[in-house]
Design a protein around this ligand. Structure first.
Ligand code: FAD
Ligand code: SIN
Length: 524
């Protein structure tokens, strides 16, 4: 079935919802999400959202911290813009109903995380993302111009390719007309046509076996845009969070927020020895690439499966009050954080690269915007500063909405000749194991060969092995009716390919990309 809208938004996290609320002031919006509106990575965010609020903090300090973490690859203009516009966007989140914690004096209770030289993280206890998602979801649900389609999976964006044109990589005039959307309840694929499309599909954590990301994070937006011959960059910069709860068999891995180290928690080996000073003078609060590599190294030396995070010396009442969610989760598996050490391991957490966009979130493909974790805006460079992701999401959603409205008001028409999805000659795969086994293999390849520490040989092995599951999966895809599992596997393979390829091309160690074949230069 064909559906017509002014704006199509794919994704219901902080970026997609913020953008949808804004463009809905001017036209009819279709918001699609493959799960429920609330099942997003945004909902899992713990530590908070970084912005300059009070002295002694300043824009210059936040800019400097962001650029320093980014290891020479941040776009300074973009950093300045996000830092300067962040406070206004946070004010808007508050006006839309988000609550951030305050002290008894009425000021925001600001937390500190790795790489920040000041306390500047606004938060809601240790479940900031859940609170933001709650407020935005309520606003979207009440908006008369927004049609929300849950359990609706975007398969591919529609371009001239679907009108029969041959599109070359060098084509500078690719246009987006909407997307094919698989209804996961009925199995039917609709053609959703829109004058302007926003891809806000989040990250790619499920490329790896151990990840803090929820199951929805399968890189769909990046894969769709790559297949449509859009531009994707910086994929080698995969951020591993140093401290996820060691709890084998449970996915996603539960995050133990960096704000806990900001509050004074200390990393120790299983023998109870502090080790971070050996690696960085900022110890447990060094930027997370350094901490994750240090833990990885300690685990390789000791052969242990985890290190400990020690909170037992901290004020017990304040600890429980500030981190109720972590306390509850740990208690549920028999760990009392006031008295016991918390076992932690690094886990894939965030992708710094993605769909290349300009300062307004516009991608290389015309009428197609990208915002949030799916986008590569120039803010993070080779390594994201903690809590800079939520703020990037709101700033770019706002800028993209303004630019999209400008384009929309300049008058855009859509071709009526876009064909419907045709799956007449395909069948449902007979064995799910063909999909699930390749999914597991992909995660093994990425975790074993393309993790925190890389080498030319490991990357070459990853590439060779990925080629096999790529060919098998493409063949299955051609013969099969669409299913969420098969599409996600195919997308993750596309994204894995991009990570490996860009990692192979980077002949140096920089930020999150660390290769034993190219020892790091100072400050990279
Ligand atoms: P998401 O919130 O991931 O939303 C993506 C949306 O796209 C979802 O609705 C999903 O269902 C939908 N989608 C995906 N593919 C498709 C498809 N094919 N079809 C239809 N819909 C699709 N950052 C911070 O700044 N501060 C923090 O404290 C912080 N804590 C974090 C804690 C955890 C545990 C994790 C995992 C991340 C954390 N981050 C934090 C990172 C941050 O939460 C994310 O980068 C950010 O929320 C991403 O928002 P988004 O809008 O881009 O995407
Ligand atoms: C955390 O709370 O440690 C995560 C913050 C982030 O990923 O920005």
């Amino acid at each position: 079935m064909k559906k017509h809208f002014d704006f199509l938004v794919i994704g219901s996290g902080i970026a997609g919802l913020t953008y949808a609320i804004k463009v809905a002031e001017k036209g009819k919006v279709c918001l699609v999400t493959k799960n429920t509106l609330a099942e997003t990575t945004t909902s899992y965010a713990q530590g908070g959202i970084a912005a300059v609020t009070y002295e002694p903090d300043s824009f210059e300090k936040h800019i400097e911290d962001t650029i320093k973490a980014g290891a020479g690859l941040c776009n300074e203009e973009i950093v300045r813009m996000v830092v300067a516009e962040g406070p206004a966007r946070i004010k808007e989140l508050i006006e839309w109903g988000t609550n951030f914690d305050k002290n008894s004096d009425g000021n925001f209770d600001l937390a500190k995380e790795g790489g920040h030289t000041e306390h500047r993280i606004l938060h809601h206890k240790d479940n900031t993302g859940y609170e933001i998602q709650r407020a935005l979801t309520r606003k979207v649900k009440n908006h008369k111009n927004i049609t929300c389609l849950e359990n609706s999976f975007a398969v591919d964006i529609i371009t001239q390719h679907h009108l029969g044109e041959v599109i070359k990589k060098t084509n500078t005039n690719i246009e987006c007309y909407g997307a094919y959307i698989l209804n996961l309840k009925t199995g039917k694929t609709d053609t959703v046509l829109a004058k302007i499309t926003m891809v806000a599909t989040g990250g790619t954590g499920n490329l790896y076996h151990t990840t803090t990301n929820p199951l929805i994070a399968t890189g769909d937006g990046i894969a769709m845009v790559y297949r449509a011959k859009g531009k994707v960059e910086n994929m080698e910069f995969v951020q591993f969070h140093p401290t996820s709860l060691y709890h084998p068999g449970y996915r996603p891995s539960f995050l133990i927020t960096e704000a806990l180290r900001g509050f004074g928690a200390i990393l120790k080996t299983r023998q109870g020895i502090e080790f971070m000073e050996k690696y960085d003078s900022r110890a447990s609060l060094a930027p997370r690439d350094i901490v994750a590599r240090a833990i990885d190294n300690e685990l390789k030396i000791s052969g242990d499966e985890y290190v400990y995070l020690d909170c037992t010396h901290l004020d017990k009442e304040e600890l429980i009050n500030k981190f109720p969610n972590i306390n509850k989760k740990c208690l549920s598996i028999g760990i009392d954080i006031r008295n016991d050490l918390i076992p932690v391991v690094p886990a894939a957490h965030y992708l710094c690269g993605g769909i290349e966009t300009d300062e307004n979130g516009l991608s290389y493909i015309k009428r197609l915007f990208a915002a949030g974790e799916v986008a590569s805006t120039g803010l993070h460079g080779a390594n994201r500063l903690a809590s800079n992701s939520l703020v990037e999401g709101v700033v770019f959603a706002d800028r993209a909405a303004k630019e999209a409205i400008r384009l929309f008001e300049s008058g855009i028409s859509i071709s009526e000749n876009v064909p419907e999805w045709n799956d007449d000659r395909t069948v449902y795969p007979e064995e799910m194991i063909l999909i699930t086994q390749n999914y597991k293999e992909l995660q093994q390849i990425m975790s074993n060969y393309v993790g925190i520490v890389r080498s030319d040989l490991r990357l070459k092995r990853a590439f060779t092995r990925l080629e096999i599951i790529f060919r098998e999966t493409e063949e299955l895809y051609r013969k099969s009716k669409l299913s969420q599992q098969l599409c996600e596997l195919r997308n993750l393979i596309n994204v894995g390919y991009l990570v490996i390829k860009m990692a192979m091309e980077r002949k140096e160690s920089r930020g999150l990309h660390y290769s034993i074949d190219y020892p790091p230069k100072k400050n990279l």
